[in-house]
Design a protein around this ligand. Structure first.
Ligand code: AMP
Ligand code: ZN
Length: 112
């Protein structure tokens, strides 16, 4: 998607503070963090949201979940972290390229 901001980040056309990348996924720090550590994990593949995922994306989604846990620990979130996936306008999604928010590091995260 040529006009997708996260595709541009994936291609390096827009700068980001990357903490991990491989041939399938990229993790980078959120530009407006809501916790001391807050990063986003996304596939290079342009998929709008979890609602557009199907069985063909199952392995990629599993990889992202497991990688998120590993990266959270590497970022100092050894006691735990929160994962948030905003899906669609009803879910408060603003950037329509699938991404997981992973954040933590506050003394107390609000109960949701
Ligand atoms: P949402 O689509 O609601 O899950 O939220 C999109 C997230 O992307 C927000 O937390 C933004 O702060 C973040 N964001 C938007 N643009 C950038 C950018 N260029 N670099 C890093 N994070 C971004
Ligand atoms: Zn995209």
């Amino acid at each position: 998607m040529s006009d997708c901001i996260f595709c541009k980040i994936a291609k390096g056309e827009i700068p980001s503070k990357k903490l991990y990348e491989d041939d399938e996924v990229i993790a980078f720090h959120d530009i407006r963090p809501i916790a001391p550590v807050h990063f986003l994990l996304m596939p290079r593949l342009h998929v709008e949201s979890l609602n557009e995922c199907s069985e063909v994306h199952a392995a990629l989604l599993a990889k992202m979940l497991l990688l998120g846990s590993r990266l959270a620990k590497e970022q100092g979130l050894g006691t735990g972290f929160r994962t948030m996936i905003n899906t669609g306008t009803g879910g408060g999604q603003e950037v329509f390229h699938l991404h997981f928010h992973i954040f933590g590091g506050s003394a107390a995260l609000p109960k949701t």
